[in-house]
Design a protein. Structure first.
Length: 160
């Protein structure tokens, strides 16, 4: 077993917005760290019955941020994202797309209030940006954990 350098979440003293954004960014970077140094074939490996792979996790997480913040919260039209891992997909391309997505998301969030409601919602009352960010934090953390397990199964690397 090889250990990756263990990163600790920020012990941020700040307001609610700064804290949730710092923790979300930590989880984004944790997911990216889990796929660094792995080749595309390994990133495509499916080692669990659900069909989850490292490459799928990165694509899916970028899509979730785009769906929730760009489309549902900001109300912008976005192209449908397909989480399916195709032969043309690379881990470098997926990470680059994820980073571009989170930059766009961060710009939208910076211009909004946590109390602002989603402009597009498919069911129930509109969620506020606060809820959307908390949801993305928990989803990203969950998928970073999945990535941790997959990476350990692939080459023994562990650590945040």
């Amino acid at each position: 077993m090889r250990l990756m350098p263990d990163q600790k979440p920020p012990r941020f003293v700040g307001d609610e917005r700064a804290t949730v954004l710092a923790l979300l960014q930590f989880q984004r970077e944790s997911l990216v760290r889990k796929v660094e140094g792995i080749d595309d074939d390994a990133a495509r490996q499916v080692l669990v019955a659900s069909g989850t792979s490292l490459l799928w996790l990165v694509k899916h997480t970028a899509g979730a941020e785009s769906l929730w913040v760009v489309h549902r919260f900001a109300g912008e039209d976005v192209a449908d994202r397909d989480d399916t891992v195709g032969p043309e997909d690379t881990i470098a391309g997926a990470v680059a797309d994820y980073r571009r997505t989170w930059t766009r998301v961060d710009a939208i969030v910076a211009a909004a209030s946590l109390d602002d409601p989603c402009r597009r919602i498919t069911e129930g009352p509109p969620a506020e940006l606060r809820w959307v960010l908390m949801h993305l934090l928990e989803e990203t953390a969950r998928h970073a954990g999945h990535a941790d397990i997959l990476r350990e199964l692939i080459d023994g690397q562990t650590g945040r």
